[in-house]
Design a protein around this ligand. Structure first.
Ligand code: UD1
Length: 374
């Protein structure tokens, strides 16, 4: 009976959101007391940044697509708020769920909060302590206006308590991305699939490094991007590097005139952004990962692939303390030193952080059910 169902609006906007929303929507299917409504804000819109994730992860067609794509931060956030408010006023949900730290996360949480609609934030409590990162601003603000804060690790909980957030609102449930990863792993490990994926670029398992690079702090700064490219130039003489290139970085490389430099790096292979399954397959077979992504730090820890994080900090310290991650910044010597260690077979192995076991969505829905049907 649709009338008595708990209406929940789930928000997805950008590539790192889709693997977090998929397990929730799957779990909702087992709980007929909920009526999930999916809103895609449109921040990522290319097939390989968005559509392919819906297809591979079997995510339902969004009930609303707000069509808010590129734009400056204020513009992107503001336009998302204007359109999302219309959805909330029409649907009158009992809950809005936001995930991660992208601009749509804060935009939609803010709209819901002002309309007195409770907000659940999944992947709450992460802190890089770097207010220059747009994501850090989004995380802090979203957490402070959320009613249910689902954290991935113990330090997330500590961060929230230190900021004065009521303990009763915080729930330690583990990492929801691991739910997706565990579910999709058999497909990736399938021999036929694996060899098809690797063959496309003439790669052999453990004979290449995987690179992702898109943070504004790395790619919008000409000097820093140049240092990183020079470092990759040294590494690619020892091991092939495969780089699915983000649209932001592609633009910058062109603007800064680095295309010619890249072309002479024969073992540095740039390819278009990958879909979820191919990306995880490349990661699972890589000797190691070089990245400035947030999610990949967690995925490499889960798959036990050594990870060198090309940033000065991480909001995911558990991947360093427990997992396979090492923070190397844009420091050429440090990156080369850690690369050499990995190539000598001395890469970090790490362990699985607590509750990263594939049952996070289940825990979240159980808690929401208890709270919302009280
Ligand atoms: C956003 C998120 C970041 C996340 C990243 C993953 C914020 C503040 N940042 O950064 O946390 O790690 O997504 O990718 O929300 N573009 C395309 N096609 C697309 C998507 C983007 O060409 O499908 C272009 C945009 O037009 C823009 C650039 O890429 O020029 C950056 O996109 P945007 O979503 O604004 O920020 P990201 O750098 O992707």
């Amino acid at each position: 009976m649709v009338k008595n169902k708990i209406k929940v609006v789930c928000v997805a906007a950008a590539r790192p959101n889709f693997m977090k929303i998929a397990p929730l929507l799957d779990e909702f299917k087992k709980h007929k007391e909920f009526k999930p409504i999916l809103v895609h804000t449109g921040q990522h819109y290319d097939y390989n940044m968005s559509g392919s994730f819906f297809k591979e992860l079997n995510i339902q067609k969004p009930n609303y697509n707000l069509g808010i794509n590129a734009g400056l931060h204020g513009e992107q956030t503001g336009r998302t708020m204007i359109e999302f408010e219309k959805v909330c006023l029409k649907e009158k949900p009992q809950l809005v769920i936001v995930v991660g730290d992208v601009n749509a996360t804060i935009a939609c949480a803010l709209v819901a909060s002002k309309l007195h609609i409770p907000v659940a934030h999944i992947e709450s409590g992460l802190r890089s302590r770097d207010m220059k990162m747009p994501e850090e601003i989004n995380r802090i603000l979203t957490d402070h206006i959320s009613d249910y804060l689902f954290v991935t690790c113990e330090d997330g909980k500590k961060n929230l308590i230190n900021e004065g957030i009521n303990k009763k609102k915080i729930f330690f449930v583990g990492d929801i991305m691991v739910d997706t990863l565990k579910k999709q792993l058999p497909k990736i490990k399938n021999k036929k699939y694996k060899s098809k994926v690797l063959k496309q670029f003439d790669l052999a398992s453990k004979q290449y490094a995987l690179l992702t690079l898109h943070r504004p702090s790395n790619v919008d700064n000409k000097k820093r991007l140049k240092t990183l490219l020079e470092t990759f130039n040294i590494i690619q003489k020892k091991i092939k590097i495969i780089y699915p290139i983000h649209p932001r970085t592609k633009k910058r490389i062109k603007e800064f005139g680095f295309e010619k430099y890249l072309k002479q790096m024969k073992n540095f292979i740039t390819i278009p952004p990958l879909g979820y399954l191919d990306m995880i397959c490349f990661l699972n077979n890589a000797k190691f990962l070089l990245t400035d992504s947030g999610g990949l730090q967690e995925e490499s820890t889960t798959l036990k692939i050594p990870c060198l994080t090309l940033r000065h900090n991480t909001e995911r310290p558990v991947t360093v303390d427990v997992g396979t991650n090492i923070i190397v910044g844009a420091n050429k010597n440090k990156i080369i030193k850690e690369t050499n260690k990995i190539l000598c077979g001395k890469g970090k192995i790490g362990k699985q952080p607590k509750y990263w076991n594939g049952s996070t969505a289940k825990k979240i829905i159980k808690i929401l059910n208890q709270k919302l049907t009280k």
